[in-house]
Design a protein. Sequence first.
Length: 121
Amino acid sequence: MARKKKQLSEPEYTVLCEWYDWICNNTDIQLDLIVYLRSSPEIAHQRIRKRNRPEEMFISLDYLKDLHNAYDSWLLCSDDVPAPVLQIDVNQELDIVQQLYRDNQHHILGLSRVDKLTCTT
């Protein structure tokens, strides 16, 4: 995303790719599940404003929209996902999200294997 918006130079991108390749080739990291806590950019922006953390004050709605689209493209629309994706809709109230966690805890903690794309709303 940063590269497409020209916020990352080609040399910086090359260094990041080399580090990524080195990590993949020299460490034993195997993903068995990606938990995608999916929120609309508007809800995420409202929550950022409500938290009122100084380090988050410059996060724009446009940035969150770009980030949301990038994650959706990768995790929901791509064949290049390294593990099954458990999608949890976190636009909902906290008590509902906590219940969704409890309902999926066995997958999240690795007690039960997920072999395909899974969506939870």
